[in-house]
Design a protein around this ligand. Structure first.
Ligand SMILES: Nc1ncnc2c1ncn2[C@@H]1O[C@H](COP(=O)(O)OP(=O)(O)OP(=O)(O)O)[C@@H](O)[C@H]1O
Ligand SMILES: [Mg+2]
Length: 464
């Protein structure tokens, strides 16, 4: 990860938009001396042009001859990834500042301001921006997503825990990684632990570590994932799947900043930033006793809700464009026909961004000719209400309780199947061929199951 302090990397590029020449030159000189690459502009039009060349951060005056800093902010937010924007004004009013923050500005400075503070701020905001990091590529065009990204970047600068909610596939992990990458901890590890993909009896020692001899099979000490994330960020995915006794143990770690490995009587201090995620409705999860209320309050200092894709259609085509470019890699990406675009825009995307990504990947493999047409997308016709079984579909929507019952049964079966596969994968150390053999199914069937049951293809613990 590069930053101004890292002589080996390219300097972060800051676009400065300021009409007053003395101020523009002062900023250019100061920031250049501090190790930034500065590109200066005096107007909105010129600023837009300079932004097109890319930016790691933007500093813009609010009052500009041909518009306002908010125009620059909008142009910056349309970039992907959107660079942080710091607005400056001599006419600071709370209203404008609030509006600017609401529209995605990262910071708002009132002139005259301390340039040292600005430099510090820019350092922090651009740290980890090496142009190819894994934080790149969060597509956020809709106002709703831009707000999420802006708030995520803001939260990244502090140490506070963040709780991410949203339906499956809405981008919770993407945002968790963004928070880490935009934080001062970016150079330290990001450790993701999927609480649903760990067999219950292993969660405790996986998280907290254990000492040799703590239980049968514990042949040596293990530091555990919390300590592996030391200095960095621990991402607790599917938090509500964690047993409630463990949740209270986790709460103690959060409160005390200390972990006690299984089998040990001594606690160890640990410095970790926590980001948690769940696709469950928080109130329902708390009411059902799946999420401890005290842990919730501790983690939910900042709650970011990822809106379902159907609530932000503006993101659909930009996301599709991104996935097309990624899937095409070396070859030029095929284009979508107008009919295909319309189909993408009207489809309900119950599986959210993940479903869109799968759809585009499938289409790039199987399309005919130069373009991707609606038929190549192979979108299933939309069912008007949940389909339980063929006998259920024959009935009318008035029989809602029966559908719910059938659904509940299906869900239970699904859950059992999911657990069986997870246990097997874990036993086989995530070797999928071995797991398929152990389960007595083909490799391909196992893959389909993983997809259908929403089981990650990677082991639950990933250290990056
Ligand atoms: N805004 C986005 N820009 C680019 N890619 C995205 C965005 N949101 C999601 N994706 C992609 O969509 C897929 C699903 O996202 P992610 O894994 O973050 O979802 P999730 O909310 O964690 O889902 P789940 O609850 O099922 O774990 C990933 O491949 C991710 O890269
Ligand atoms: Mg996830």
């Amino acid at each position: 990860m590069s930053g101004p302090d890292d002589v080996s990397g390219t300097p972060p590029r800051v676009v400065v938009v300021e009409d007053r020449r003395s101020m523009r030159e002062m900023l250019t000189k100061t920031l250049t001396l501090e190790g930034f690459e500065v590109v200066a502009a005096a107007t909105v039009a010129d600023g837009r042009a300079k932004l097109a060349g890319g930016a790691d951060a933007v500093v813009a005056d609010l009052r500009l001859p041909d518009g306002t800093g908010l125009d620059i902010l909008d142009a910056a937010c349309a970039l992907s990834p959107a660079p942080p924007v710091v607005l400056m004004t001599a006419y600071g009013s709370v209203d404008v500042a609030v509006e600017a923050m609401r529209r995605g500005a990262t910071d708002f400075l009132c002139k005259p301001f301390d340039t040292v503070a600005l430099v510090e701020r820019l350092r922090a905001l651009t740290r980890g921006n090496d142009g190819g990091g894994s934080d790149d590529g969060v597509v956020a065009v809709s106002t709703a997503m831009r707000e999420v990204v802006a708030r995520a970047r803001q939260a990244a600068m502090s140490e506070v825990p963040v709780l991410l909610t949203g339906e499956s596939g809405t981008g919770k992990e993407v945002v968790a990684r963004l928070i880490h990458a935009a934080s001062p901890r970016a150079a330290a590890p990001f450790v993701a632990v999927n609480c649903a993909a760990l067999p219950a009896h292993l969660v405790e020692s996986e998280l907290f570590g254990h000492v040799r001899g703590a239980f049968t099979g514990a042949e040596r000490d293990r530091v555990g994932l919390i300590r592996e994330a030391a200095g960095g960020t621990l991402f607790l995915d599917e938090l509500t799947e964690m047993a409630t006794e463990l949740q209270s143990k986790l709460l103690r770690v959060l409160q005390e900043g200390q972990v006690t490995p299984v089998g040990s009587s001594r606690s160890v201090a640990v410095d970790v930033r926590y980001v948690a995620a769940t696709n469950r409705d928080l109130e329902a999860a708390i009411a059902a006793g799946e999420l401890r209320e005290d842990l919730f309050y501790r983690l939910a200092v900042v709650v970011l809700r990822l809106p379902p894709l159907r609530e932000r259609p503006e993101d659909i085509l930009p996301l599709a464009g991104r996935f097309l470019a990624q899937a095409g890699e070396a070859r030029p990406a095929p284009e979508l026909t107008e009919a295909a675009r319309q189909a993408l825009l009207t489809y309900p995307w119950r599986g959210n961004v993940r479903e869109l990504k799968n759809c585009i990947e499938r289409a790039t493999l199987f399309h005919h000719g130069e373009t991707i047409d609606a038929a190549d997308l192979d979108l299933a016709p939309v069912a008007p209400f949940p389909v339980a079984s063929s006998s259920e579909t024959a009935r009318s929507s008035e029989t809602a309780p029966a559908t719910t019952l059938a659904e509940a049964g299906q869900r239970a079966a699904r859950e059992t199947e999911r657990r069986l596969i997870l246990e097997t994968l874990h036993r086989q150390r995530w070797n999928k061929r071995a797991a398929a053999r152990a389960l007595g199914v083909s490799y391909k069937t196992l893959f389909n199951k993983l997809r259908d049951l929403d089981i990650p293809k990677q082991p639950p613990r990933q250290v990056t």
